[in-house]
Ligand binder design. Structure first.
Ligand SMILES: C[S@@+](CC[C@H](N)C(=O)[O-])C[C@H]1O[C@@H](n2cnc3c(N)ncnc32)[C@H](O)[C@@H]1O
Length: 235
């Protein structure tokens, strides 16, 4: 796996994930664009959202994804995140039945129980993908769906842009970012007992350039991706 430091074009001070999201929480929802993740969720045709009666949102953050899932008919939603400040906003939204503070790769939840697991805009913060995929497969019933939306590795490497935010007093800060090539996702998912059934990539397009005029220079670069997996029968 390539080291992000080799591509970093911003040289922002880097903070650990927990510290970064603690301090980003107040401005998070105003700065994350739905075009990054929700536009990709909308494109999936293989996931019957409204059939999910038990679902887990790994790295649920402030509950943006949970709100989208609930609006698309997902029921029985549990959220897991390591940042208590983000979880407090998710709790206030009221779209989760339960919320847990913890690691996406090691949750306290029963296995073989969910029809849907989601993980949006989290994987670039994980040093290794395999533990995440193993946990997603453990949580799912056979035939269940795992949907992962990620910040595109091409964009991270080519633009040299880490996940970052404007700190209230310290200026721009990067949240520890890792590069995971799409082939790593395929290997980790297959190794965990998942079959890849659908994938889409979102390019920087007119909508993005309208939101961020300076991104004209990134036009047509892939900015995010979605992978939809199905859980195989356990051996
Ligand atoms: C960019 S936010 C995404 C939140 C939400 N899924 C969304 O799409 O808005 C990343 C979230 O992942 C959480 N996170 C990062 N690494 C994690 C880990 N190892 N275990 C649990 N949560 C993690 C952070 O606390 C943060 O809330």
């Amino acid at each position: 796996m390539p080291d992000f430091a080799r591509f970093d074009s911003r040289s922002y001070p880097t903070v650990p994930v927990g510290e970064g999201y603690r301090d980003w929480t107040p401005s998070y929802e105003a700065t994350v664009e739905d075009a990054m993740d929700q536009a990709l969720l909308e494109r999936l045709t293989s996931v019957p959202w409204d059939e999910a009666r038990r679902a887990v949102d790994l790295g649920c953050g402030t509950g943006r994804t949970g709100q989208w899932l609930a609006a698309h008919g997902v029921q029985g939603l549990t959220g897991v995140d390591l940042t208590p400040e983000m979880l407090a906003l998710a709790r206030a939204k009221g779209c989760y039945d339960e919320l847990f503070e913890g690691d996406v790769a090691d949750t306290p939840l029963h296995g073989d129980s969910a029809q849907l697991v989601s993980c949006c805009l989290v994987d670039e913060h994980l040093a290794q993908l395999e533990p995440l995929y193993r946990e997603a497969r453990r949580l799912l019933r056979a035939g269940g769906h795992f949907v992962l939306v990620g910040y595109h590795p091409f964009f991270i490497m080519r633009a040299g842009m880490p996940t970052h935010f404007e700190h209230a007093t310290r200026g721009p800060l990067a949240v520890a970012t890792h590069v995971h090539l799409l082939g790593e996702h395929v290997a980790a998912g297959r190794g965990a007992g998942l079959n890849l059934v659908e994938m889409h990539e979102r390019l920087v397009d007119d909508e993005w350039v309208r939101m961020k005029p300076k991104w004209e220079r990134y036009r047509d670069w892939p900015i995010s991706f979605v992978l939809a997996w199905r859980a195989q029968e356990l051996a």
